[in-house]
Each structure stands twice: as C-alpha cells, then as structure tokens.
Design a protein around this ligand. Structure first.
Ligand SMILES: [Zn+2]
Length: 346
C-alpha cells in the first residue's frame, strides 16, 4: 500500500497551510500506479485483487526485474483485467552506463508497444539517483535519452514523467513539523539534502522543460501535478509555454483540496483540456483487499465531491470546499483528457 502521510505545507508567503495529506510513491523498489478514468461501479462486489477500477495502471518501474509484477506475465495480467488495465512500460535507467543503453531501451520499448503498451514512464531516478560513469547525476534531458523520446513520439505514444519530488526532499526533515518527513526518513535514497552533486529540484524541472521544448511532437503527461503541486501559477506558465504538456492529479489531490478553492477552480477552468484525474491507488499482493477497496471508494468519492459539488466536507480532518466544475469539464478531467493525451485508452 502506498504511504499516506500527513504533511504541513507552507504557502508561497511562508504562512503555514493546513496540514495536508500527500500520497507518495512507495519505497525504493516499487514505482507508482496511476489510475485514470475510474469506474467506481466496477469495484462493486469485488473480492480479489482483480478489482482495479483504474482504466490504466503502471505495471512496471524502471528496472523490470524489480517490478512488483516480476514472476507474473504482464500480458496475462493485462488480459485478466477485462479491460481495466493497460500497460505503461518503462526502460531500465539503471543500465544507463551500458554502451548499448539507448539502443536496447528503444528496442525494448518498441517490443512493449507491439505487445500493447500505450505509454512510457520515466521515473524520478533520473535527476535523483542514476549517475553517469563520471559519477554525475543524469538529468532527464541527457542526450542519451533523446532517441528514446523521439521513438515514443514516432509511435504516437505518450511519455509519463514522474520527475522530482515534493520540495521537502531537498529540505531538512522534522516529523513534528511535517509528517511527510517520515517518508524520507524511511526512504533516505530520495532525501537529497546534503548529498554531494545532487541536482536541485529546480534543475530537474528545468531539464524536463528542455525535453518538452526539444520534443514538441512528444505528448508528455507530468504525473503528480508535474511535481509543481504547490505553485499552480508556475504550473500554468509551463502549460502555456508547452502545448505538448498535460498533468495528472495522482496522489496530489490534497494539494488542490486544501488550496484556495477559487484559485484552484480558476486553474481547472483555464486548463480544462490539460488536467487528467489520477489516483496512484494500488493493491499489493499482501494487502487487505477489502480494506483497499474501502480506501479506493473513499478516495474516489471525496475526489468526486471536490470536483463536482460545492459542498463543504471533511477530508482527513480538514474542511474542503468543492469547486463544482461544469459537467463538460468533469467529463474532460475524468475521461476525455486521458483519452486525448494517452492514445489507446478506451
Ligand atoms: Zn509517481
């Protein structure tokens, strides 16, 4: 199960926001799942891990052999989902220094496309973990990755980017001040403060922006609000600048819920074609499935209440005011934007 942590945010003015709950990708040897276009009713009566309301789940993380699905044939899993799961593949960044890294990655991705993969994910390992043969951190705009991006665009597929992390990954940790610190205490490989040579979050996001700039025909979805969850103005500027860029809300809904409702609504109205609802909900093999299903339903219900109503309600002890988006925009955020940005989604 993903970590669900309560955190305290600071606004741009430095004033503390209400405590906020953020779900981060699980630990160091698993990637994150991203559910799109959920159909809650498909979960009714489910009694096994076949209950997967998200129409799309990420099945792999950067190292295939470390995948949570190792031992299970991916295609068999996708097939057994009865249309609820599609494959977003990835490539093995840990092989970056192998002489044939680029060529091998392209070949593997193309095999996965042939097997039905509809997107490719690049993970935060680029910028935060993987180093070149000189010991320098590899940024997402490294020239060795460009043929991979070009290949994805040529196949009319989509690149999903989970690059960088919440700001705290570069800041001192104090669990009392910010419970999200617990995640980085448990996953110190993602806590970048005082690590020699580590790129700043800004540098990673700027490298991502160069990927957008250099690959205008590549559709890119920045997952987790593109790691710019605390600054919708800056995110909007990126969306204005790069027409090939969209974002999803996976595991960052609370940042929207606890923000200024009028500002969040204005953002969603303005960028109604660029925001995709996502969740990051998952079920691990050792999970209590009934408990997971309950959590999934609660999450879907709260998220819907926020987007679709003007009700005031409680989430994790915080008052949330719904933004009541018009019906046609709900349709975009919940379904058609995902279909547009990630071709192949039913
Ligand atoms: Zn993620």
């Amino acid at each position: 199960m993903s970590d669900r942590l309560t955190r305290t945010l600071s606004t741009q003015s430095g004033q503390p926001n209400p405590r906020i709950t953020a779900k981060l990708c699980p630990g160091n040897r698993k990637g994150c799942d991203i559910g799109y276009a959920p159909a809650i009713s498909s979960c009714e009566g489910a009694n096994s891990s076949s209950c997967l309301p998200g129409k799309m789940r990420l099945l792999r993380r950067p190292s295939p052999q470390l995948s949570r699905f190792s031992g299970m044939h991916r295609q068999a899993f996708v097939h057994s989902s009865h249309g609820h799961v599609l494959l977003c593949t990835t490539f093995d960044g840990y092989k970056f220094n192998a002489p044939a890294f680029t060529q091998d990655s392209v070949q593997q991705i193309n095999r996965d496309f042939q097997d039905g993969a509809i997107a490719v994910k690049i993970w935060k390992t680029f910028g935060m973990e993987i180093k070149d043969s000189n010991g320098k951190y590899v940024l997402p705009d490294d020239p060795k990755l460009k043929p991979i991006y070009e290949d994805i665009a040529q196949h009319d597929k989509t690149l999903l980017t989970h690059l960088a992390e919440p700001d705290l990954a570069w800041e001192p940790l104090d669990v009392k001040k910010d419970p999200l610190a617990q995640y980085y205490l448990e996953n110190p490989q993602w806590h970048m403060l005082n690590k020699p040579g580590v790129p700043s979050k800004k540098a990673i996001l700027e490298a991502r922006d160069r990927v957008l700039e250099q690959n205008p025909k590549l559709r890119v979805v920045g997952v987790h609000l593109a790691s710019m969850e605390k600054d919708l103005d800056a995110l909007g500027q990126r969306l204005d600048k790069y027409p090939n860029f969209a974002v999803d809300t996976a595991a960052r809904m609370e940042y929207l819920m606890y923000g200024d409702p009028e500002k969040v609504r204005a953002f969603l109205m303005k960028y109604q074609d660029r925001v995709i609802y996502g969740t990051d909900l998952d079920v691990n093999p050792d999970a209590d499935v009934q408990k997971s299903v309950k959590e999934w339903k609660e999450t879907y219900a709260n998220d819907w209440r926020f987007f679709a109503t003007d009700e005031t309600f409680q989430v994790e002890g915080h008052a949330v005011h719904g933004v009541k988006l018009p019906k046609d925009i709900l349709q975009k955020v919940y379904r058609t934007n995902a279909q547009h940005w990630i071709r192949g989604l039913p």
